[in-house]
Design a protein around this ligand. Structure first.
Ligand SMILES: Cc1cc2nc3c(=O)[nH]c(=O)nc-3n(C[C@H](O)[C@H](O)[C@H](O)COP(=O)(O)OP(=O)(O)OC[C@H]3O[C@@H](n4cnc5c(N)ncnc54)[C@H](O)[C@@H]3O)c2cc1C
Length: 394
């Protein structure tokens, strides 16, 4: 099928199947079931994992098809939020670093929405400095591992079947050298998930407790004690997928987007038009930057720290958009049920400056690795982890 025909088919399929940001359903469980049903149909129609390798369950097509589908998908909003960590971070990490057995076991189910994934990196004492994490994994006699510790801010974990876990496996070496990445079954004995409500009133993330959680052999991703380089791979995918919205959903249903705001304000006012034009320019510039990074990545050019620039630009855009919405919508911006959920979108905006790495950390990375400015001093680089005063260690 030629590209035009492919895009036409995608448009027809989306028009018939895209149900909106939240799939229909009276309860959260109904909404989840509807989202899973949508994801299965998306996969079966050939539109999930378009460029992922066919041998592991992807569609094995080219960027051209992916762009064609993304163009059509940007006109609608898909109920893919709950799958975003798996599609944007865990899945790409497994494609890059997983064993053939891990890929066979997980990729297709992830792409079909049968399994939901979460990313278990941050801890109460280790966020920006995630290499200071204290969750421990110790080997068991049968070649498996036993995990104890706590994670926090884990998005979608209340629905997750699997997580990519970063845990400490050696305390006698410097902090970046004693970490290992694991696939953990979120339904295993000893895993406790507690949802945390944010200021939107919804639970977007959770705290997780691991009490003697057994991980069977065959679930280490990459090499034992090489988890830091695996984590860097995940974080790169994370920044690109956050800034590009995983390439599947547009901003159509976002009440603070350009398209939504222009409908509720007086566009004959030149100051209003100024604000809207700036929003449009910033959004468009970021979309083009993301498209460039995505094309480069798929062509094998490593975007490196420029992924952090895209993530920083998105955080700044979302917060600019929220400020503009407040100034344009007036009292409607704080009426929680009013203006199509505008207050919810405004309340969610600050999270974008934290999740996936804070703005300050993005600036550090850009200064250090894009602009070649002197790096931050790192006094703990060669000190064994057990001798550091971090987290609850004293
Ligand atoms: C909506 C949301 C979803 C998230 N989802 C996940 C998830 O799914 N999985 C996961 O593992 N984590 C997740 N996180 C956690 C996120 O990665 C951390 O919140 C983030 O890395 C910051 O860590 P922290 O909250 O511990 O803040 P801290 O690291 O304690 O930082 C506090 C402040 O100090 C600043 N700061 C810290 N170090 C430096 C420095 N070296 N230079 C300059 N300033 C510095 C920070 O910028 C920040 O302003 C999520 C967070 C949010 C908000």
């Amino acid at each position: 099928m030629d590209l035009e025909e492919y895009q036409r088919c995608a448009r027809t399929w989306l028009a018939a199947n895209a149900p909106g940001a939240r799939a229909e359903g009276a309860t959260e469980e109904d909404g989840l079931a509807a989202a899973k049903d949508f994801m299965a149909r998306l996969y079966d129609a050939g539109y999930s994992g378009i460029t992922w390798p066919a041998e592991w369950g992807g569609q094995g097509l080219t960027q051209a098809e992916e762009r064609a589908f993304a163009t059509e998908a940007s006109e609608v909003t898909l109920p893919t939020y709950v799958f975003s960590i798996g599609l944007g971070m865990c899945g790409p990490t497994l494609v890059d670093l997983g064993t053939p057995e891990q890929k066979t076991r997980h990729i297709k189910k992830l792409l079909r929405g049968e399994d939901i994934w979460c990313q278990l990196f941050s801890e109460p004492g280790a966020g920006s400095d995630v290499a200071s994490l204290q969750t421990r994994a110790v080997p068991s006699d049968d070649g498996g591992w036993v995990v104890n510790g706590q994670k926090v801010w884990t998005s979608v974990a209340q629905h997750a079947d699997y997580g990519l876990l970063l845990a400490r496996t050696d305390v006698d070496v410097p902090k970046h050298k004693g970490l290992t990445m694991f696939i953990v079954d979120m339904h295993a004995d000893g895993v406790t998930v507690r949802p945390l409500k944010d200021m939107t009133g919804r639970a977007h993330f959770n705290e997780i407790f691991f009490d003697d959680v057994y991980i069977a052999p065959g679930n280490v991703v990459g090499q034992v004690n090489d988890g830091w380089s695996c984590a860097v791979t995940t974080l790169l995918h994370e920044r690109l997928s956050i800034s590009s919205g995983v390439g599947m959903s547009g901003q159509r249903d976002n009440p603070a987007s350009f398209d939504s705001l222009r409908k509720i304000v007086d566009t004959s006012d030149p100051l209003v038009r100024d604000g809207l034009v700036e929003l449009h320019i910033r959004s468009r510039a970021l979309a083009l930057f993301n498209a460039k990074l995505s094309q480069e990545t798929k062509a094998g050019v490593f975007p490196g720290a420029r992924g952090s620039a895209a993530k920083l630009l998105l955080a700044e855009l979302v917060n600019f958009q929220a400020d503009l919405a407040v100034s344009l919508a007036g009292p409607e911006a704080v009426a929680y049920e009013g203006a199509g959920g505008l207050a919810g979108a405004i309340a969610l905006a600050p999270a974008m400056s934290l999740g996936g790495g804070t703005n300050e950390i993005m600036r550090n990375i850009i200064g250090d690795r894009v602009l070649n400015l002197p790096p931050e001093p790192r006094v703990d680089k060669n000190v064994p982890f057990k001798d550091l005063k971090v987290g609850t260690q004293s």
